[in-house]
Each structure stands twice: as structure tokens, then as C-alpha cells.
Design a protein around this ligand. Structure first.
Ligand code: ZN
Length: 202
């Protein structure tokens, strides 16, 4: 399965000149929500991810996704793994688990995101699950932005990866692309202007 092609076909991997939320510029932008707008594509991707997880032999009781980014990917993955699904959400900036969801003592939980950049939200959702007595046995995402090391991938862990070392991280592919300080951006130097993703409806 050519994951990057699926993203391209869904206009979820954009090529151009983008201003990222960090302030850096990039030639590419990953809009994971866009690849999930077709439920059949979401299902296809989730099944591929579930297959990796099943092959690893790691037993999962529950998938937990941090809202908002992980909601659809997490639900699709839970369906593919045929396990329970819950989500965590921020209240006043702090990650919480609400809505009557419980986590049982020792429950084996996988934290699922749409895309893992440094893994901050996933790590926070995992901390909440563990504070309630659950055990975070794995992390998963459709796409790895290349700062964390996924099972079977070619990218080595970078210092800014926030996922706990030693807990397996599954993703369908690495989407590693250069980010530039605006002052040193070759695209700016070539005379084009960076656009903010979303500003043209993407
Ligand atoms: Zn630029």
C-alpha cells in the first residue's frame, strides 16, 4: 500500500510553500483530516495499521485517542482491532477523560493519533490513562512526521520526541520533510510567498 500516494490522492499531502504553526516554512503540508473524509479510506488505513499491531502480538483492550486530531483515526482503528474506544479531551488546556468513560485497573490501552509530530498530545492522553490505572502498551498514528521512531521505520528518534522510550509506536509511514527558518527558507529566497495552510480552504 502506497500511503503517500493515498494522501496525495486525497489532497492530504500538499506541495507548495507553507507557513507552519511553529512559524517555520516547509515545502509540504500534511492535512490528515482530509485523508479521513472518505470513511472507506479511513477504514483501509486503519486496517493496515491494525494488521501491524496484530502482527506485533501486543494485546490491546482499548484504543484511546486525544481529541480532536485523533478522534476519527482512533475510532477506525478500534473498529479494525475490534476493541473498545474512548477519547481524551482538553479542558482548560489540561488533558482529561470525561463523558463517563472509565479505565479499569491494568487495562491495556493503545493511544492513537492521526499524526504524531512530537507526540505531545498522545503522551498527555497516555498520562491520563495511567493516572486512572490503565497501562499504555503502545502508541499509533496514521502518519509519523519523523521526530519519533516507529516500528519498522527508517527514522531515528529525535530529541524533541515526547513519546516514552521503550513503548512501541506504530505508524503507516514516515512523512519527513525539511522545515526552514523563514530567514533561511530557500522557497522564500526563490521569490515565492509562504501561505498558511487553511487560508485557501485547505
Ligand atoms: Zn519560505
Amino acid at each position: 500500500m502506497d500511503i503517500k500516494q493515498i494522501y496525495m490522492d486525497a489532497d492530504a499531502l500538499l506541495e507548495g510553500h507553507f507557513k507552519l504553526s511553529s512559524g517555520n516554512h516547509s515545502q509540504y503540508y500534511l492535512q490528515s483530516a482530509k485523508v479521513l473524509e472518505q470513511p472507506k479510506t479511513a477504514q483501509l488505513l486503519a486496517e493496515a495499521l491494525a494488521e501491524q499491531i496484530r502482527t506485533s502480538g501486543i494485546a490491546i483492550d482499548t484504543v484511546c485517542a486525544p481529541a480532536l486530531g485523533g478522534l476519527i483515526a482512533g475510532y477506525a482503528l478500534a473498529q479494525a482491532l475490534d476493541v473498545r474506544y474512548i477519547f481524551a479531551e482538553r479542558v482548560g488546556g489540561e488533558m482529561t477523560i470525561r463523558r463517563g468513560f472509565d479505565v479499569k485497573e491494568g487495562e491495556r490501552v493503545l493511544i492513537c493519533e492521526d499524526i504524531i509530530t512530537t507526540g505531545g498530545s498522545a503522551m498527555e492522553a497516555g498520562a491520563v490513562v495511567e493516572s486512572l490505572g490503565g497501562k499504555v502498551v503502545a502508541f499509533a498514528a496514521l502518519a509519523n512526521r519523523g521526530f519519533c521512531e516507529r516500528q519498522g521505520g527508517n527514522v531515528t528518534r529525535q530529541p524533541n520526541c515526547k513519546l516514552p522510550e521503550g513503548t512501541p509506536f506504530f505508524a503507516l509511514d514516515d512523512f519527513t520533510f525539511e522545515m526552514y527558518d523563514p530567514a533561511e527558507c530557500p522557497l522564500c529566497k526563490a521569490g515565492s510567498e509562504a501561505i498558511k495552510p487553511g487560508s485557501r480552504g485547505n
